[in-house]
Design a protein around this ligand. Sequence first.
Ligand code: ATP
Length: 619
Amino acid sequence: MNNTVVGALKSRLRAAAAQVSSFPRVWNLIWQSAKGWTIAWVSLLLLLGTAPLATVALTKRLVDSLVAATHTAVTWQNTRPAVIAGVLIAIVAIATELLQGLLDWVRTAQSEMIQDHIATLVHKQSIRVDLAFYESPEYFDCLYRARDEAASRPAALLDNLGGLLQSSVTLLGLSGLILTYGISLVASMILGMLPAIVVVVRYNWLNHDWWHSTTEQRRWIQYYDQKLTSPAAAAELRLLGLGPRFQRSWQSLRHKLRAQKLALVRKQNLARIGAALLSLGAAALALAWMSWRTLRGNGTLGDVILFYQALMGSQSLVRGMTGNLGQVYNNSLFLSSLFEFLDLRPAVVDRQPSLSAPRRLSDAIRFENVTFGYPGSERLALRRFDLTIPANSVVAIVGPNGAGKSTLLKLLARFYDPLDGKVTVDGVDLRDIALEDLRRMISVLFQMPVTYDASAAENIAVGDLSRDSDPAAVREAALNAGAHDVICRLPQGYETPLGKSFAMGNELSAGEWQRVAMARAFLRRSPVILLDEPTSFMDSWAEAEWFDRLRSLASGRTAVVITHRFTIAMRADLIHVMHEGQVIQSGSHPELLAAGGLYAESWRQQMELTPEANSFAGV
Ligand code: ATP
């Protein structure tokens, strides 16, 4: 063997050892999910493992009794041992069937519990990890594997572990039986099995290598599949005729992977047949020796049959066990994705001790010398950034695309922490405020409104779970957001199911959804309201009416409105103009118009483009 082969073998053995070290964790997962079921499962497997031993021993007794009876008169006395052995064999067979049925039931219950336990762990972790997690392809991939593979793998793993345990019990017993005829027979039996073990181990490694090296292709396959079947892309796919093109790409990748997989399975089966022939050769030799010994009067016909059964039984057991062992290894490899996901630790956490958030702002929210870049991105979204949002005022933030406006909201809600500098509320660093408390302090309307497949009332009520779906409060929030009239037009009013994913759902327009989402944000009586493009889907008439309502709603609170619409911005108490991660101008609308610069220029351009807005703006 040259150095490369030895090196490769060593690295494989190291990887295998690392995998084996995760077995206790896998076992712990199984045990924590279903303790009682696991005890029942192990007990049944042990019982079932002994059944073949009883059958082999009873068969020897039956054959020997029959041989003895053939030399005597047919009386009950002479045939009784054979009859008893036959009846016992039948009892063992029936008991095996019953226990097998029971085992199937126990295993199903157990694997369902494990699946649910894992899903619960995944759900818990999904809402715990940082928002940044969802923006990294590697992490997202990790979640995908954890969710998709971990659902089926535990059941497969249970089957493998169960098979191993049951077979080990039987194999130990059979080896004991063969051992009574000489240690050399056990040795030849083991030697005969070695080729099968080598084949299984080698092809497990090859399979895993193949699976690993084709990850990217499989992700592309999934991507095309998603594009072809998801509602989000359905309209554009039809309009642009993209469907057949995506289908072809999907088919070509599948064709390639299928061919590779089939080639691997073909080679594996040829090797397996070769190994099986070698094992059979070894078994034939051992059996010939046993028969010769019997012919010379050193054994009974029962001995030959016992030996034959034990030999064949143990050969097929070892084949099954090596397969199971390989599968245990493979399945636990998949489960390592789950553990990788579960081990992720959020970076945005509470500092100890943490303070409670102010009930009402008395001074201001301040960004002080904040520098921030998104994880994995080399570009800074904010660079040494300073901004003041005075308490109890309505502040508008305007600026071109990519200026960093939405980033401000994400830092305020502490979805991320600044790389440098700090964000303060009434002088307290956000990182010193308990995270849950901080998030209760703010209401946010995101740029893309989130839609829930639930009734209109529930879609709003989830905005503040502490209010227990108070219908009067839901209605008031809907009125403030301009959603009330939209909802009243629906067939069952506030009880109308929204969304199209489930039966009886009613779809809303983008602007209507935005109003519902805004009502959700308004339901929460928090001291800070953050609105990201709240009127992007609204017509300018609705906008005018909406702003008046926001004004009265925001009285005594602090509201930040990110907007591209100057007709909204001009009404704010203070306007900050952002450009490339910096505030370049601040002031009231008249001040900014008088000062000239980006704001005044953009204002004039927008007024020329949308003259109808002039009437609302009063210019
Ligand atoms: P728009 O008006 O288009 O909504 P914006 O002013 O709100 O833009 P931000 O969304 O704050 O801009 O983005 C600021 C910068 O940060 C942009 O250059 C953008 O490309 C980058 N950015 C935003 N989100 C992410 C992200 N999740 N990962 C990496 N970079 C991001």
